[in-house]
Design a binder for this molecule. Structure first.
Ligand code: NZQ
Ligand code: ZN
Length: 385
């Protein structure tokens, strides 16, 4: 285990009806906020009204940035930053899934930056000041409610890139599992696959971290226990609550502190969603089993064996490869049970842009569990067709 600094300061209000605390929390930071939301789900399920009631009750003024796209775009970030500057906004209040939260995070940073918001994506070192961020989460997936990251798409260059800063970690997040009852089966499946991938990205590291790995395994088991259940029973509170809490802990740094590793499958998937605008979790579900099979070798087989025994309860056997392969098969089967596609063809991706995407992804894989060249990434993409 390597040295680290533990600091995960987001205050979480978790559970039914916690929105009643929103007004008093916002008041600590601002008289005027920017509400940020997506395509309107929050108006259909009543969450928008609950937030507005709180703002009115506490005399907080607001402006709105609506229509944030899944795979949020730079142009929307720029619109939000301009609104903050023009209207004297003191804090941002995203209500939605990861796309809305990510957009709001970069809006909050760009509101305190003189140059173009894209600079802050390309070079996180330029993020020096950020408006306070308070979030209301409506979809369990990305962990943006408790992490330092944001992923933005530049439509002009077809780049989808993650940026990050401790200053962008939300100050307060409201997590009511009932708010996720209305999430579609497809987005529930994609969200669960996304969380599992976040855990894999930390779990498959070359640095030892016994305690972190046991927690990672428990988080994975929780996804497996409740992902399909939430799809079958969208209003199952225990299922929604467990998934929601895993979404935060999968990526809030806790399981990766002390065992740093550059992510692999995420940079590969981000190319798919940059060029084809597919759902992030679906892209991960397609690529992950192929990546696992590709990196399974004599150096990694022990880790995959451990994964099979501890997460999938495959009995200990002499043949480590048999356990490892069974664990990978079970992972692929579980993604299918979540309603996720298993080939790129199913989501409308053919061979034409694979070389371009492989080149861009490979440039981001330095320090990964197994570093992959452009050709190797292309090989994995092609196996997934
Ligand atoms: O836009 P609205 O109308 O709200 O609808 C959304 C959207 O269509 C809908 N939705 C959200 N909550 C709902 C709901 N529908 C009904 N009821 C609710 N309660 O779900 C759709 C997808 O929303 P989105 O925010 O795009 O999904 P997700 O949370 O999966 O976010 C995906 C984005 O986050 C990035 C991804 O790359 C992608 O751009 N990521 C962010 C990360 C981070 N900040 O740490 C890490 C991740 O690895 C990921 O890359
Ligand atoms: Zn992800």
């Amino acid at each position: 285990m390597e040295n680290f600094v533990y600091s995960i300061p987001t205050k979480i209000y978790f559970g039914k009806g916690q929105i009643k605390n929103l007004g008093q929390e916002v008041r600590k930071y601002a008289d005027k906020v920017l509400l940020v939301y997506g395509g309107g789900s929050i108006k259909r399920n009543g969450i928008y009204d609950a937030v507005i009631d709180q703002l009115q009750e506490h005399g907080i003024a607001w402006e709105e940035l609506s229509g944030v796209e899944p795979n949020p775009r730079l142009t929307t970030v720029e619109k939000g930053a301009a609104l903050c500057k023009e209207k004297g906004i003191q804090a941002v209040l995203p209500i939605g899934g990861g796309s809305t939260l990510d957009c709001a995070k970069v809006v909050a940073a760009a509101a305190r930056y003189e140059g173009n918001a894209w600079d802050l994506v390309l070079d996180p070192g330029k993020i020096k000041e950020v408006l306070p961020i308070l979030s209301v989460l409506t979809l369990a997936a990305t962990g943006s409610e408790m992490d330092t990251f944001a992923v933005i798409t530049n439509e002009a260059t077809q780049d989808k890139i993650g940026t990050g800063s401790p200053l962008m970690r939300p100050a307060v997040s409201f997590m009511d599992p009932e708010y996720t009852f209305s999430v579609s089966a497809y987005q529930t499946g994609a969200g669960t696959a996304d969380m599992m991938s976040h855990i894999f990205e930390a779990y498959f590291s070359n640095t030892e971290g016994y305690m972190q790995d046991r927690i990672a395994e428990a988080l994975l088991k929780t996804c497996i226990e409740y992902g399909v259940r939430a799809i079958k029973e969208p209003k199952d509170y225990e299922a929604r609550a467990n998934l929601m809490w895993v979404s935060s802990w999968a990526i809030n740094d806790f399981i990766s502190l002390g065992k740093p590793v550059a992510w692999t499958v995420h940079p590969m998937e981000h190319e798919l969603s940059a060029y084809y605008d597919i759902t992030h979790g679906a892209g991960l579900a397609i690529l992950t089993p192929h990546w696992m099979r590709y990196v399974l070798n004599d150096d990694t087989v022990d880790k995959f064996y451990q994964y099979g025994v501890n997460v999938w309860s495959i009995g200990e056997k002499a043949d480590k490869y048999a356990v490892a392969n069974e664990a990978i098969d079970k992972t692929a089967d579980y993604f299918k049970a979540l309603g996720m596609p298993s080939t790129l063809t199913e989501v409308g991706i053919d061979d034409s842009l694979l070389p371009t995407m492989a080149k861009k992804a490979a440039a981001r894989l330095k320090g990964a569990y197994m570093e992959l060249s452009e050709d190797q990434v292309l090989e994995i993409f092609r196996k997934a067709l």
